[in-house]
Ligand binder design. Structure first.
Ligand code: PLP
Length: 432
């Protein structure tokens, strides 16, 4: 029985390196709440530090609980390796900083989570990394913005609030023809969209959302697809191909050879986690494993409920446009059909209240089951009115270009009974 033939439901429980705890036989992954690991002797220590032997040294860099989460997530995503980090923001930042430094640039889709936008537009700029934002409606925009200092393309697979699926294959192919990897943030669509199968090189997650799934844990992950020929573009990817003075001149593509096509993931761990230190705690890694084990089951229920909610809203007299991949037309529909797992549309549903901004406020204040929070991907249903919260700092014009009209409401549909979710929406719409 080989893992490649197992289904996501099975991989979520059995995938990765962990079967049972070697010390105790424990079936559930233990929380290895330790900072450090005793070396067997000085030779062992020597080999670990030189990466001649792989093993744990210090929890800032690796830990057995983290390892169980990482190897299982990599298996589920179809990647070669994964690195767990402290948050989704760390995952996004490290995914770029692993390739780009001062004077370099990346090309990013404009359709981004606000936190990522701030990171790209302001903080990376302070580091000397330029982010060139392009409209993903035309994939060729990525080619046009590329030059010899371009280190990566970046996009969200299912960006909210617009919920227009990103053209992964088109942009990945342009990138591969120019020697540029595509990094995809798949936070909103784990299992629903499989970016690596469409040519992406790296997938990043805010595991805080669907992967953790219960609104308890901030965490992130970077999955190395193991499918990008870094060594063929040695000048562009000096961080992986040139001797690293911070690690006795190691060349990461060579150091990774005995381990598999994981040079990118290896450097995130050995350099960025070592130096920047945004490690995930063993306890949080444990909680994310609990989430991962039921992810396929939850995603199915999230998706089924979202379809019912979108249909209900579509037919409601107080609701204008419903933003949901199933209702898209033209090129947006083609992309949704090409990249979403058949019958799945994710569990984010946007809609416009005909009554505008004040109707949005009344609707949110009337909700009883839904939580009013700035989060997505909790098992519970969540709602937010961006015009008075996440997007309130933007001018009206910038809100509109972000896809936020005054009466726009975003739902993250949970796994409760769909009838109960709809009852709550119906009573709140009555008051809107
Ligand atoms: N990417 C997306 C699409 C998100 O929605 C979020 C968080 O809201 C992040 C990244 C950042 O993740 P975190 O909050 O875990 O740092």
């Amino acid at each position: 029985m080989t893992l490649e033939h197992l289904k996501p439901e099975t991989i979520a429980l059995h995938g990765g390196a962990y079967r049972a705890d070697p010390a105790s036989g424990a079936v559930a992954v233990p929380i290895y709440q330790t900072t450090s690991y005793q070396f067997q002797d000085t030779g062992h220590a020597d080999r670990l530090f030189a990466l001649d032997e792989i093993g744990h040294i210090y929890t800032r860099v690796s830990n057995p609980t983290q390892d169980a989460f990482e190897t299982r997530l990599a298996a589920l995503e179809g990647g070669a390796a994964a690195v767990a980090v402290a948050s989704g923001q760390t995952a996004s930042a490290f995914s770029i900083l692993n390739l780009a430094g001062a004077g370099d640039n990346i090309v990013s889709s404009t359709d981004l989570y606000g936190g990522t936008w701030a990171l790209f537009a302001a903080s990376l700029k302070h580091f000397g990394v330029e982010v060139r934002f392009v409209d993903p409606a035309d994939p060729e925009n990525f080619r046009r913005a590329t030059d010899e200092r371009t280190r990566a393309y970046y996009a969200e697979a299912l960006p909210n609030p617009k919920l227009n699926v990103f053209p992964i294959r088109e942009v990945a192919d342009i990138g591969r023809s120019l020697g540029v990897p595509l990094i995809v943030d798949n936070t909103a669509a784990p299992l629903v969209i499989r970016p690596l199968e469409h040519g992406a090189a790296v997938v990043v997650y805010s595991a805080t959302k669907y992967i953790g799934g219960h609104g308890t844990t901030i965490g992130g992950a970077i999955v190395d697809g193991g499918n990008f020929p870094w060594e063929e573009h040695a000048a562009r990817f000096a961080t992986l191909n040139a001797p690293d003075p911070s690690y006795h001149g190691k060349v990461w593509v060579e150091a990774a050879q005995p381990l598999g096509p994981i040079a990118y993931a290896l450097r995130v761990r050995t350099v960025l986690l070592r130096d920047v230190g945004a490690a995930i705690s063993p306890f949080n890694a444990f909680l994310l494993i609990q989430g991962l084990e039921t992810l396929p089951l939850r995603i199915r229920q999230h998706n089924n409920n979202a379809v019912k909610v979108a249909d209900f809203l579509h037919n409601h007299p107080k609701v204008g446009k419903v933003i949901f991949p199933r209702f898209q037309t033209g090129e947006e529909k083609r992309r949704a059909d090409a990249y979403l797992r058949p019958g799945s549309y994710g569990a984010l549903v946007g809609f416009e209240l005909k009554g505008g901004r004040e109707a949005g406020r009344r609707f949110i204040d009337a909700l009883q089951l839904f939580y009013h929070v700035a989060n997505i991907g909790d098992a519970r249903s969540l709602a937010i009115h961006p015009a008075t919260t996440t997007h309130s700092q933007l001018s009206g014009e910038n809100q509109l270009s972000a896809g936020v009209t005054p009466g726009y409401v975003r739902l993250s549909v949970g796994i409760e009974d769909a009838d109960d979710i709809i009852l709550d929406l119906a009573q709140a719409l009555d008051k809107a």
